[in-house]
Design a protein around this ligand. Sequence first.
Ligand SMILES: Cc1cc2nc3c(=O)[nH]c(=O)nc-3n(C[C@H](O)[C@H](O)[C@H](O)COP(=O)(O)OP(=O)(O)OC[C@H]3O[C@@H](n4cnc5c(N)ncnc54)[C@H](O)[C@@H]3O)c2cc1C
Length: 389
Amino acid sequence: MLSLPKKSLLPFTEDHEKFRKEFGEFLDKEIVPHYMEFEKNCCVGKETFKKFGEHGYGCMWLDKKYGGQERDMLYSIVYGEELNRRGLNGVLTRLSSDTVAPYVYHHGTEAQKEKWLPKVASGDCCMVICMTEKDHGSDLANIETSAVKNKNGDYVVNGGKIYISNGMVADLAIVAVRTDPKAEKPHKGISLLLMPTDAPGFERRLLNKIGLKSQDTSEYIFNNVVVPKENLLGEENRGFYYLMEHLQKERLMGSWGTLGMAEYAFELAVQRAKERKVAGQLLGSYQHWQYELAKAAIELDQARSYVEHLTMLYMAGENISTQVSIAKYATAELSFKVSDLGVQIWGGEGILRDNAIARQFVDTRHYRLMAGTSEVQLGIVAKALGLGK
Ligand SMILES: Cc1cc2nc3c(=O)[nH]c(=O)nc-3n(C[C@H](O)[C@H](O)[C@H](O)COP(=O)(O)OP(=O)(O)OC[C@H]3O[C@@H](n4cnc5c(N)ncnc54)[C@H](O)[C@@H]3O)c2cc1C
């Protein structure tokens, strides 16, 4: 990926490399030829999830008894890198299998696990996570979507969610709802419900984003949606804590994703410097571009070292909750900055929608907002410095 020689301390084995090769071949054959179609359709479609599942690429981390392969997180990192190096930014199959399904695995009942996890692994079920509301994004603790028990003890849900990734293809949504409006603190009154998207009263619509076109981001509306009581995930009013519990890994894996996007943008920029002649001279022979690209290479190398370091700490069981905010902030900002540099060196061609560098530019922009904005990450770091509350 990076033009500079890369060495990693991560314990990749021959098997990880074999997986890298096989997975890359799968992407080249099954996904890459359709990617522009996905971009046009604003969706990768359910059949893409199914393809990943059929080839054994759904929930690779999961126990074999639920349809997984019990593979370590390095496989997931390789999976992400191979998507990134092909610019397949909108293929967020991993969000369902590696980010959302673990909620069921860690907090679900045996019946919930048996019912849903094999289907997620096979690609028959796409799961999404629904936290954000129109009036409550960064201030998640104050969400208002209500879940009131009816006489059977089932939950009647009213309200809505917004910016739901994979929202149109989703079969099962984990929805954060307010179950205790009188909780002494707002975050103590939130629960997570497993809501099938074919439930009566459930509506959704596609949002028209500037980038990440093939990734269908949606708005959900709940109008008296009845969710059976057995679909409560974990304990009532513990939902906020579950969300926070998963954040470390989500931000770490998210940092790998944005780093990969930055590296791909960089590769496109270097390629241009080596190929494009202006006034008879290759762009890469101008000192200006040499320095700009060298500076980007240095920042990318530093970011990669940091993300690898955090991965080692995480695998050793260390708490890295503040550091993942540093990584999330640094890689999200860097991916946008390097993509912007890429557009600049590509010149006019760089803004044409079908050009990969143009997609990197608009796609990376979303990551400064999603999964906790850059400002939210800075706030966490400031708090660790003893500043603010
Ligand atoms: C592409 C995409 C996919 C997403 N996918 C999902 C999903 O699958 N599920 C889901 O639940 N959500 C999802 N989100 C929502 C995302 O997590 C929210 O957009 C994000 O949390 C910000 O919330 P908001 O949009 O309401 O912005 P706001 O919270 O209104 O923030 C607006 C601005 O104010 C800043 N700000 C907020 N708080 C502070 C503060 N204390 N101090 C200073 N500045 C502050 C923010 O950084 C931002 O710049 C997605 C978003 C995007 C863009």
